[in-house]
Design a protein. Structure first.
Length: 327
């Protein structure tokens, strides 16, 4: 969620409630101690942007930050309505605060995907880590995962491209499979910044364990990422789509499903006789063919098992062979 922008219109609480009502499992903000995250020169630089809230970058970022007390209030509200609450830890001071706040897991954003010192400190908290990997190559990701897994095996790794919005041809969902191959003990997910829902739904269909998207109450609000965030209707559609995909992925075991039985009874084919035969006849392949018949009888895939069997009773032409027909 875009943090202070909700507060500007007194809608912070509405934003969290919206996520809950849309079926999301968790809301996540971003926590920064600005003097730990940025150098003095960056904070002091003049900032000109349609999205600027102040004349310097430091004043702009200060305006957007929630206080620690505000975070406590937000987490209490999230707990009250039964939705998980956490934040990205953007520096060591923020990490310590989030741990003290009692968040259920720590998010490490792409801006710190190669910050091995902070990643290792986060891992040492023993809280589950969700690790976004924007702006990195595979070797850097491997190094980071090795450092975190050395002290904490509970790391979920997200494919992410840090551009807003992300061009479709730079999403690279196949990286999720590469992560599964390289880190077989770690859950894999997707953090998306593209427009629309289809790519994120594809990530879910590819087995993403965690899905992260930015959300907003109004795409026209001031702020860099509102335009590529999901509005309430989109979030609701996304969650519904993901829940349907979760059900549809189902089992890897192929089996006939209960819902198929009416179709099987109506159109399922069985072994039938090609001619009228009397009891005692030994069946040969010329006696047998496959048709839709009633009742459903001997399954076609086992036709060969009937060859050489003896009929226990008379059978008419086009009659379905059932188990009581043979000795």
């Amino acid at each position: 969620m875009t943090a202070r922008s909700f507060e500007l219109v007194n809608n912070t609480w509405i934003g969290i409630k919206m996520a809950k009502d849309c079926g999301a499992d968790c809301v996540k903000f971003q926590k920064s101690d600005l003097h730990s995250k940025f150098t003095k020169s960056v904070l002091a630089r003049h900032y000109e942007s349609p999205h600027a809230w102040a004349s310097t970058y430091g004043e702009h970022k200060t305006f957007l930050e929630f206080s620690e007390d505000h975070y406590k209030e937000l987490m209490a509200f999230a707990s009250l309505i039964n939705i998980h609450f956490t934040a990205s830890a953007m520096d060591e001071i923020s990490l310590d605060f989030l741990v003290s706040l009692g968040v259920p897991f720590i998010k490490m954003g792409s801006g710190d995907a190669n910050n091995l010192i902070l990643l290792e400190k986060a891992a040492k908290t023993k809280l589950p880590i969700i690790y976004s990997t924007g702006m990195q190559d595979m070797q850097t990701v491997k190094t980071a995962m090795e450092r975190m897994n050395a002290c904490n095996p509970r790391v979920c790794i997200l494919q992410c491209t840090s551009s807003y919005p992300t061009p479709e041809d730079q999403v690279h969902l196949r990286v999720m499979q590469s992560y599964r191959d390289h880190f077989p003990g770690s859950p894999v997910g997707y953090s998306g910044h593209e427009l629309g829902l289809s790519i994120t739904l594809a990530a879910a269909a590819l087995g993403a364990h965690v899905i992260e998207r930015h959300v907003t109450l109004d795409k026209s609000w001031k702020g860099n990422d509102h335009a590529c965030s999901l509005d309430p209707l989109e979030l609701k559609s996304l969650v519904e789509g993901i829940r349907a995909i979760e059900k549809a992925l189902g089992s890897a075991v192929k089996s006939k499903q209960p819902s198929e039985e009416p179709c099987h009874q109506k159109l399922g084919k069985s072994v039938v006789c090609t001619q009228k035969l009397e009891a005692g006849v030994q069946l040969c392949s010329e006696h047998l063919t496959v048709k839709v018949g009633q009742p459903v009888g001997w399954p076609p895939q086992h036709l060969d098992q009937l060859v050489g069997k003896t009929l226990s009773r008379n059978v008419d032409q086009d009659e379905t062979i059932t188990s009581d027909c043979i000795i």
